[in-house]
Every structure is written in structure tokens, then in C-alpha cells.
Write a protein that binds this ligand. Structure first.
Ligand code: 1CP
Length: 368
């Protein structure tokens, strides 16, 4: 399917941007940078706007979601916005009882544990995604030439919340269902793939220029379990967006770039790439040159400043950022990011300084 004519990739507004071209494997004069969780509690303007509004209500208020998405782009000069929402939003829009508890995360009062629970999961009526499409359209209009990244949770990470009923350390209830009741597990994976795929597709059709699939908790899985019991569902979710095409400035037909990210997933990099990702997001645990080798040196990478360095003295942080940039040269191309989200107590001034530093270093290297 071809993206609409006024889509930022199709109209040419973002198709030659540093983010999009770097995701497609080309190194340009600018090394792009954005940060996971760049919107949110680290920003005083976010905390001020959110006073009195529940997290999921904020996600479903198009004007508010759009404004929150734009805040870090204005403040830090990052090379992309990431749509302000949450991975559980499509579950909520399907009609499942879920809330986001401040300081904790998604909580489901009725965890999904049995075949009957799974059979009772409501289908997502795609009309329910209207507030998402509207928020994306507003955001993209305000972003101009800066691309918006759409995102969704991968089926396993969503299932980890659905089965556990909330955040957990080892996701043991979800992993137990996978082995003790494989049929129910498969049905749950199909349901999550369907709702999350629809959520991602809506964002791309409404104007997002790239997509990131978050399988944040897949690092809890063995490679064998990931490959057999999870990867097919992630591939199914991505199949909803794979065919979205546009005509690039060089007249080539291209597809929307897809990034796949997980935490502690160094052993799964190849398998996660194989579900249909163009770019692999890497956490802080493995250096980018090692990650690139594991992927055969052919896959663009995103990452992986250790968030723990953000509170270190600047010379320590600067040396770490330079190391990340250096190791990133092992990959065909590199978008700088953190190895996981911005910590809520991060100093926004430090984040801005990291963004300018990455832009400057790359600019100097290009001039040399
Ligand atoms: O700036 C951005 O990155 C955009 C906003 C964004 C994204 C991409 C939010 C807002 N959530 C997410 C994705 C998300 N949500 C993921 C994948 C990314 C990751 O690994 O961090 C996950 C695992 C969630 C689930 C979730 N939602 C958690 C984690 C809980 C756990 O298990 O440890 C939390 C704390 C939330 C709430 C949430 N989502 C977003 C914000 C700003 C907040 C905090 C809201 C609040 O405290 O009121």
C-alpha cells in the first residue's frame, strides 16, 4: 500500500532527513540522535502540563499528546519526535481494563491467565484509534521537516503485562503460560499482535516517518523460546506495516523504516532482526561494534549511551559518548540513542548538551 500524497515521507518533507536516511543505511554529515522517553518526567514543562490529568487520559487527548511529543524536540533539538503514548494504549482502546499507576506502570485488575480469559479479550474496533491518528496528524503538522517516530509494544512485552497484571521482574507468569498452556499462549500472542499492529499502522498512516517496536522484556527469554513462541507474533504485528511504501526523492520505492529494540536482548539480536526489522536498537550492555558483528555488519544500529552516565561529571559522560560514536562506526550507519529510557531525574540541560555534542562531533568529522 502506498502512503497518502500528503504523508511527510511521500511529500518529501522527511524522506531526506538525517533520521530516515540513516535508518536506511546511509551515513550523512549529521549523526542523528533522539532519546527513548525523551518526553516525560525529566521535563518540567511536561510535569506542569500533566498536573491533574491521568496518564492514559493524556495519551487520548490529541492536543495534549501532541504538545508533549513536541516539548523535547523544541528543548533539545533532537532529530526526531517519538509519539507520546504508551504500549498499553491499544489494549485500553480495545476495551480492556488497564490503568497506568504513577511511579509503577501499567496495572490490569483482571490479569489474563486462562483460555477463557484470552477468548474474552475484545477485538479492537479500528475506529477507536481515531484519537491516535488525530494526535499524530497534529504533531506531524507542527514538526515540519523533523520526522515523527511511531511505536508499539511487541506481543511478548504486552503479554507480560496482561498475564502478570502489572510490572514484574522475571515475567514468570507469562513464561509459565507459554509452556504450560501453549494453545492459550498462541491465542494471546495472536490477539496482542493484532491490536498492537493496528496501533502502529494507524500512526504510520497518519504521518509517522519511522516505527519502533519495543520488545522491552524479551531479554527474559531464551533464544529457543523467543524464536519458537514469540518471533512469529512479532512478525505478524510488523506485517501490518511492512507494505507501507513511498517514492523517495531519488524515485526509488521505499518502505517505512522499522526499528526493533529490547533490553538485555544481546543474545536475541539476530532473531529480533529476522522478524522484519530494518534497524536494531541496542541497550547499554553490549558495545555497538560487538552488536554489529553479531548481525553480520550489515544492519544499521541505534543506541546505546548508558543512562547511568547522564548523572556523571561531563568529562566522564563525554568520553562515553565518544566511545559510543566510535564503536557505532562498525555498523553501516548509526542513530544515537540511550541504551534505555531517560531516567525521570535526568537533568534536561545535560540531555540538551549531549544532543549538541553529538551533532558537533559528527559535523567536525565531516568537515575534516
Ligand atoms: O518519550 C517517549 O519515549 C514517548 C513515550 C513513551 C513510550 C515510548 C511512554 C510514556 N511509554 C512508552 C513505551 C513503553 N511503556 C514501554 C517500552 C519502552 C521502555 O522499555 O521503556 C514500556 C515497557 C511501557 C510500560 C510502562 N508505561 C512503564 C514501565 C513499567 C515497568 O514494567 O517497569 C511505565 C512506567 C509506564 C508509564 C509511562 N509511559 C510513558 C510515561 C511518560 C510514563 C510515566 C507516566 C507516569 O508516571 O504518570
Amino acid at each position: 500500500q502506498v502512503l497518502p500524497a500528503d504523508h511527510p515521507l511521500q511529500s518529501g518533507r522527511t524522506s531526506a532527513s538525517p533520521l530516515v536516511t540513516t535508518y536506511q543505511g546511509t551515513r550523512g554529515p549529521v549523526t542523528p540522535i533522539w532519546m527513548m522517553r525523551q518526553a516525560g518526567r525529566s521535563l518540567p514543562e511536561y510535569r506542569a502540563l500533566r498536573v491533574g490529568t491521568d496518564m492514559l487520559d493524556a495519551c487520548l487527548d490529541p492536543a495534549m499528546a501532541s504538545e508533549i511529543t513536541l516539548q523535547p524536540v523544541r528543548r533539545h533539538g533532537v532529530d526526531a519526535g517519538i509519539f507520546f503514548s504508551d504500549i498499553v494504549v491499544p489494549i485500553k482502546l480495545a476495551g480492556v481494563d488497564v490503568s497506568i499507576v504513577a511511579g509503577k506502570g501499567p496495572v490490569l485488575p483482571h490479569p489474563v491467565r486462562t483460555a477463557l480469559d484470552v477468548a474474552a479479550l475484545p477485538e479492537l474496533d479500528e475506529k477507536a484509534l481515531a484519537p491516535i491518528s488525530e494526535a499524530v496528524a497534529l504533531t506531524v503538522a507542527a514538526l515540519g521537516d523533523t520526522p515523527l517516530i511511531g511505536f508499539a509494544g511487541a506481543p511478548f512485552t504486552l503479554a507480560a503485562y496482561l498475564v502478570e497484571g502489572g510490572p514484574s521482574k522475571d515475567h514468570i507468569a507469562a513464561r509459565t503460560m507459554m509452556h504450560s498452556d501453549p494453545k492459550t499462549w498462541q491465542a494471546l500472542m495472536r490477539w496482542t499482535a493484532s491490536v498492537t499492529g493496528a496501533f502502529l499502522r494507524a500512526q504510520l498512516l497518519a504521518g509517522a516517518s519511522a516505527a519502533q517496536l519495543f520488545d522491552s522484556w524479551a531479554g527474559a527469554l531464551s533464544l529457543a523460546d523467543y524464536t519458537a513462541k514469540v518471533a512469529p507474533a512479532s512478525a505478524l504485528a510488523l506485517s501490518r506495516v511492512h507494505g507501507l511504501q513511498y517514492t523517495a526523492p531519488d524515485a526509488a520505492t521505499r518502505t517505512v523504516p522499522i526499528v526493533h529494540f529490547g533490553v538485555g536482548t544481546g543474545e536475541l539480536l539476530g532473531a529480533m532482526h529476522d522478524v522484519g526489522a530494518d534497524v536494531m536498537g541496542v541497550d547499554w550492555r553490549i558495545p555497538l561494534d560487538v552488536a554489529s558483528r553479531r548481525l553480520g555488519g550489515t544492519v544499521p544500529l541505534q543506541g546505546n549511551i548508558d543512562p547511568a552516565f547522564l548523572a556523571a561529571p561531563w568529562p566522564v559522560l563525554e568520553a562515553h559518548v565518544l566511545d559510543v560514536l566510535e564503536r557505532g562506526k562498525a555498523a553501516p550507519s548509526h542513530v544515537v540513542n540511550l541504551g534505555h529510557g531517560v531516567p525521570p531525574d535526568a537533568d534536561p540541560a545535560v540531555l540538551t548538551r549531549v544532543v549538541s555534542f553529538v551533532h558537533e562531533v559528527a559535523g567536525e568529522a565531516a568537515a575534516a
